[in-house]
Design a protein around this ligand. Structure first.
Ligand SMILES: Cc1ncc(COP(=O)(O)O)c(C=O)c1O
Length: 392
């Protein structure tokens, strides 16, 4: 049975009053989550655990909005470079990987010994977990958070210590610091955060990392940083120049539009990289065409700016449409938007897939949410049409 969700029954379901509501704005979530019973069910529902009839051929979806992919990439110049380099596929790409490492080091303002490439940043998140949780221990992170490093850590027999995001959907930095104990091996921060799309104040995060990294390794995942307004982007890489024990991960999968090509990297102290190096083939694991593509893409600032601008316009469109329908949403600074729905997640996804629209569903603080990635304007229109059919 489909339950129609309008602002009134959404409010009823969350025991909110109309005071302070701004129609279609993101302010609601900035002020209200304390009302929720966060003790009931804090951990978010992982996609991997969802068993239902997903279409096998995701290529033929009318709108593929389920993995925060960039619908515009790779850039035309990057595509050309990749095509030209296909003939080099018989050779290992370590030489080009070294050149890419040097380019990244220059961009990040650190020596090249501080950079490690990987086939996607998730590969490096996982290898960090493998090497740091061999003897168990615990990992402190926000809840909800991006699960890659946490999932691997848990499978290495580590304990996960989740600390709920604050009322304003920021990391609870004081709470996270308090959760650290003698068994903590690593503190994981994702900023902007996935699946919420929300940000933690850069200055506060800097101070937190600076302090905590003196006693524990801090991993900051910056996969979506480039979607923020450039003036607000504050990478934690600078902390390495102060000798702080932090690891920063970045990826070519998002704003560069190269998710399927698999290039990511971490920036860390050489002593930290040495430990992770033990379980990698490092540059030998890199795909030669993808590395060439990444080098080309690094110079594509115009393309990146246009992706950021189009992403923002499409995100504003979808948020406005949700607002008109009486839905609210978390204030996103990324290429996806999270909002609560009044339907069982599995049923919702099946109905959306039946309309050929791929999205994701998560359970956060005991409520079901939809996470829709930002695609092209056409895809967002198709999403809105299907959403109205399924929910309204
Ligand atoms: C926060 C975050 N970190 C890392 C990744 C992994 O990206 P990749 O392995 O493609 O670099 C993702 C992918 O969605 C992500 O959302």
């Amino acid at each position: 049975m489909t339950m129609k969700l309008n602002r009134r029954n959404w409010l009823k379901s969350t025991s909110l009053t109309t005071a302070g509501l701004a129609v279609g704005s993101s302010s609601l979530f900035a002020t209200t989550s304390k009302n929720q019973d966060i003790s009931a069910k804090m951990r978010f529902w992982e996609w991997e655990n969802q068993t239902f009839n997903k279409p096998k051929d995701l290529w033929n979806l009318k709108a593929r909005l389920l993995a925060n992919e960039n619908p515009y990439g790779p850039s035309p110049k990057t595509r050309l470079t990749i095509m030209e380099s296909v003939g080099k596929g018989n050779r290992y790409g370590q030489g080009d990987a070294m050149k890419l490492t040097e380019m990244i080091a220059e961009k990040e303002g650190v020596p090249k010994e501080y950079i490690m490439l990987g086939p996607g940043s998730s590969d490096l998140l996982e290898k960090t977990a493998i090497t740091h949780f061999l003897d168990g221990g615990n990992i402190v992170s926000a809840d909800p958070a991006y699960m890659s490093i946490i999932k691997t850590a848990k499978n290495m027999k580590a304990e996960w210590k989740p600390v709920p995001l604050t009322d304003t959907w920021e990391h609870d930095l004081a709470g996270m610091e308090a959760a650290i104990d003698s068994k903590t091996q690593l503190v994981y921060i994702c900023n902007p955060n996935n699946p919420t799309g929300t940000i933690t104040n850069g200055k506060n995060l800097w101070d937190f990392c600076s302090k905590v990294a003196d006693k524990k390794l801090v991993f900051v995942d910056e996969a979506y940083l480039e979607f923020m307004d450039p003036k607000d982007q504050l990478s934690m890489v600078g902390l390495l120049n102060e000798g702080k024990n932090v690891i920063i991960s970045r990826t070519f999968s998002k704003v560069h539009g190269m998710a399927g090509l698999r290039v990511g990297y971490i920036v860390a102290l050489p002593s930290t990289l040495e430990k992770i190096q033990k379980v990698t083939r490092s540059n030998m694991s890199m795909n030669v065409t993808a590395v060439k593509g990444a080098m080309a893409s690094m110079g594509e600032t115009g393309f990146i700016d246009s992706c950021r601008a189009k992403n923002k316009a499409c995100r504003e469109y979808v948020c406005a449409e949700l607002g008109k329908l009486g839905y609210d949403y978390l204030p996103s600074h990324t290429s996806f938007v999270l909002f609560p729905i009044e339907m069982d997640g599995k049923t919702y996804l099946e109905k959306m897939f039946a309309e050929s629209i791929g999205v994701r569903s998560f359970e956060v603080f005991g409520k079901t949410y939809c996470r829709v990635s930002i695609g092209t304007m056409k895809e967002m229109e198709l999403f809105v049409d299907a959403f109205k059919k399924v929910m309204v």
